[in-house]
Design a protein around this ligand. Structure first.
Ligand code: PLP
Length: 393
């Protein structure tokens, strides 16, 4: 038996494990410390009432002989697929029923989609990057090249025609930087992908946070996207489903490739995945009802207000930052030229606030730091008061 040696090349310490380790050490030495956690991007608000009601109703159906359900349909239940189809139609995007695949979240599909591609492909990711894109490709032994996301390009790298990439990951609005491509910028990537016969794996996990009118909520608003973009969506941040687990992936039938990627993905999913639970798909369906939309938008507005509190707090401290506007993430430049981990330790020990060192997302994250707006209002406000005190004595 031979193991997959590529696993030896995966970075040993996953970012959040290192954060948890430092946090644990500090907390055990200072049990009295009241620590505010703004590191991991997990939500704090509970599920919307419409979602809970749908879950309860569906759970009761599962307990009755007449309404019990067993194995799930191929790409998801029709009630949810049609709800997603309607969500796209409201933006002028007409998807075919069989282009929509219900998933147990964006992360699984972002990793699993790689089953469709040969190991001999060059993968392009931005730096800094959501680590999953890198780790999943390292595990499969693929070549990875990086496009620098820096202050100079507003953390939105554009395609370089002298570079040949086959699989391109774009995350917009971006985790960790909060930067979001405009329609015109995304069009440039789509043009590049079409010229190169490449595929764009577009992570749209934060689309619900978009506020700027020139930032697309889906890539399919942009001409040419149906030829080269697979879009990964999640209800985790949109509707607080981080622990409930549901998302959807759009694999157009019109993708240009040597094979039919849509048919391959259906084949892959029906072979290796047995679908998302009925109760959860009913819960997801409720997100797309008018009442569900009103309720989840209220929760998003709550986080957006937290982002404004963070931005105001950073302004008051004279700290430069990016993101926050179309995103729950704020990407700040560590004050006084501090390194990311240095700032992490100082913020933890002096202000008892935990964030995420930018360096953990790639070399261009050095000297930057990520805060999330997913905390409660009180804790978000308190974190900014503590930061001000820490910097101003
Ligand atoms: N993509 C990005 C960019 C994320 O930040 C996250 C979660 O933090 C995910 C995907 C994972 O989404 P899901 O919870 O749907 O698996």
């Amino acid at each position: 038996m031979k193991i997959n040696c590529n696993y030896e090349n995966v970075k040993k310490s996953y970012l959040f494990i290192e954060i948890a380790h430092r946090l644990r050490e500090y907390a055990s030495a200072h049990p009295e410390a009241d620590i505010i956690k703004m590191g991991i991007g997990d939500v704090t608000l509970p599920l919307a009432p419409a979602v809970v009601e749908a879950m309860e109703k569906a759970a009761a159906e599962m307990g009755r002989k007449e309404t019990f359900r067993g194995y799930v349909d191929d790409n998801g239940y029709d009630f949810l697929i049609n709800a997603i189809k309607g969500y796209y139609a409201a933006r002028g995007v007409d998807l075919d029923y069989w282009e929509i695949f219900v998933s147990d979240g964006a992360k699984s599909d972002l990793g699993n989609i790689l089953d469709l591609f040969d190991a001999d492909n060059t993968v392009l990711v931005t730096d800094p990057v959501y680590p999953v894109y890198v780790d999943t490709n390292v595990m499969a032994g693929r070549r990875i090249i990086y496009a620098d996301a820096t202050e100079e390009n507003g953390f939105l790298p554009m395609p370089d025609r002298s570079v040949k990439a086959d699989i391109i990951y774009l995350c917009t609005p971006n985790n960790p930087t909060g930067a979001a491509y405009t329609r015109a910028q995304l069009k440039e990537w789509i043009d590049y992908a079409r010229e190169n016969g490449a595929v764009i794996l577009l992570d749209s996990a934060y689309e619900a946070f978009v506020t700027d009118s020139d930032v697309p909520r889906t890539a399919y608003e942009v001409e040419g996207a149906r030829e080269c973009v697979i879009e990964f969506c999640s209800l985790s941040k949109t509707a607080g489903f981080t622990g409930t687990r549901c998302g959807y992936t759009i694999v157009p039938k019109t993708l240009k490739a040597e094979g039919d990627l849509n048919a391959m993905w259906l084949r892959r999913q029906t072979t290796k995945f047995n679908g998302v639970a009925y109760v959860i798909q009913r819960a997801a369906e409720a997100v797309f009802t008018p009442e569900g939309q009103r309720q989840v938008k209220e929760n998003i507005a709550y986080y957006q207000e937290n982002a404004r509190i963070l931005m105001n707090g950073l302004d008051r401290c004279g700290i430069k930052y990016y993101g926050g506007k179309n995103s729950p993430y704020i990407w700040l430049k560590c004050p006084n030229g501090a390194g990311s981990w240095e700032f992490f330790d100082r913020l933890l020990t002096e202000a008892n606030v935990v964030g995420t060192p930018g360096e953990g997302f790639g070399k261009n994250g050095a000297g930057y730091f990520r805060l999330t707006s997913f905390s409660t209002r009180e804790r978000t406000t308190e974190a900014m008061v503590r930061l001000y005190k820490m910097l101003n004595g």
